[in-house]
Design a protein around this ligand. Structure first.
Ligand code: HEC
Length: 246
């Protein structure tokens, strides 16, 4: 009885292997290019062009297509030929307004002077820089770090642990260059965003983080003196600033 069973088992095994076996199953060493028999293919294979792959579909044989002439990316200025950055093609008054992601080894690119992190922006910040920084921060950073940088963004409410609180003293003391570098290359569990945030925007974000830090650690001395007097009651409160009387 057992002999018949074993014989039958061997026969079935040979049959199954010869029909279905030795195909391109991922757990086998690649013996053949024949695709595996899939009972439920689950959309594993589709007609599509992989990134950077060639394609017979187009006459020029390239899978990647050039942009339709005249299209521009939404949200930032397209790279411009800017021989004289100060002459009007600059939008933030900096030599870094043309779209730049990486390049030289200078402070603006690396956040370092020599082997040390440096401080200060590589171009002079204006109100427009801070507005731009706020916009970029809210798009790229606030989901994790929160609107004020307190580390309480929406992602932390959905289980992302260990998001740094940008208001902590260690990061308030951190040099601008090191924060810039964290944006570009990431830090520990935070991924780098250098490939999606252009150079001038990284610095604009650094400037905005400084404004956020200032905003959460303000003292009465940061209030312009005219309004300070109103708040502290040194002078008679002006009509607009007067606290409601009980
Ligand atoms: C997907 C979530 C996420 C996003 C988006 C994100 N961060 Fe972070 N960030 C983290 C986490 C998590 C840490 C803590 C990393 C660690 O120390 O393990 C961190 C740490 C930091 C630190 C502290 C680094 C240090 O040296 O301790 C800075 C500064 C920072 N982030 C800035 C930014 C800025 C600026 C942006 C936007 C460009 C940004 N982060 C976007 C998750 C994020």
């Amino acid at each position: 009885m057992v002999r018949y069973f074993l014989f039958l088992l061997a026969l079935i095994t040979i049959l199954v292997v010869s029909i279905a076996g030795l195909r391109d199953y991922s757990f086998l060493p690649h013996k053949t290019k024949r695709p595996p028999i899939e009972i439920f293919p689950d959309m594993v294979r589709q007609d599509k062009v992989k990134a950077q792959a060639p394609s017979d579909f187009y006459a020029d044989g390239r899978g990647a297509r050039a942009h339709v002439a005249g299209t521009v990316p939404v949200g930032y200025t397209a790279p411009q030929a800017c021989s004289q950055p100060s002459s009007g093609c600059a939008t933030m008054g900096s030599p870094y307004d043309v779209v730049v992601f990486s390049g030289k080894e200078d402070y603006a690119n690396t956040g370092k002077t020599g082997t040390n992190w440096g401080n200060g922006l590589p171009f002079s910040a204006t109100m427009a820089t801070l507005e731009r920084g706020r916009e970029r921060y809210q798009i790229q950073c606030a989901v994790c770090h929160g609107a004020t940088g307190a580390g309480n963004g929406i992602a932390s409410k959905y289980g992302l642990v260990g998001v740094a609180n940008l208001q902590q003293q260690r990061i308030r003391d951190m040099s601008d260059g090191e924060i810039y570098n964290t944006i570009v290359n990431g830090k520990n569990t935070m991924l780098g965003y250098g490939s999606v945030i252009q150079l001038s925007d990284r610095w604009a974000i650094v400037a905005y983080i400084r404004a956020l830090q200032r905003s959460q650690n303000a003292t009465i001395n940061d209030v312009p003196s005219a309004e300070r007097d109103a708040l502290t009651g040194t002078n008679a409160p002006s009509a607009t600033n007067a606290p409601a009387k009980p």
